[in-house]
Design a binder for this molecule. Sequence first.
Ligand SMILES: [Zn+2]
Ligand SMILES: [Zn+2]
Length: 257
Amino acid sequence: MVLNYDYHTHPQGHSIRPYSIAALQPWIDQCKARNVTSIAFTDHDRYHAGVDFEVVEHLREINPDIEILVGIELDNDPVTSGEGARWVEKHWDKLDFVLGSVHYFPGEQVMFDRADQALQTIVRGVEKAYEQYFTELENVIARGHIDCLSHLDLIKIHGYRPEMYNGAAFFRPILDLVKQRGLAIEASTAGWRKTVGEQYPDFSIISEATTAAIPITTASDAHSHAQLAENFNRLAQILQEIGVKKIARYRRHQLVD
Ligand SMILES: [Zn+2]
Ligand SMILES: [Zn+2]
């Protein structure tokens, strides 16, 4: 199995850096170098002001051999995500692909997945942290206007898991919701860059999703074009072992065959 789609990328990184051909072309050049034939730009919704649909249209014209999707990663930021959700709703027809993510515990202003934020999990107690993460995921799904859940078990990022934890059993109710709503989940290599040292989500969860015929996308969560399609060979081996037959491809929120 060869992976040719990267559906989670952050051309703007961690600030508003308005789209331009100069900023985006290196990502497309990297696609060509790494045999990525379909890419989705999914900047954080708090930086939506930098997303420019006309620039992406021009980028498509000058790179007809690469499929370029315009998307967004809509999360549960207590300050910005309300406005982000309204922006997604307003531009839904121009967007191809929207990721839904949980980066915040309730009542927190700082993303729990930052390298210096392991304490947020520890002070709650691991079981409680997982419960709160689960509820936030339910809320993100209920809010709607998404196509796919990113890094489903991101809560493990700092390496903490409840006692007797089984990923598939824990996330089964979420997978049921994903199935009911016709959403996809992503298989992401980003966890290999973190303390947990494992792809998102874990083997058992991807297996469970595959059994349920939930579409699976592939993603690097690259915050620089250098990270595009990072560790895709390693991820391909895991997906093959699980028995994933096909990687989901999207356009205008529809699965493409
Ligand atoms: Zn994320
Ligand atoms: Zn991301």
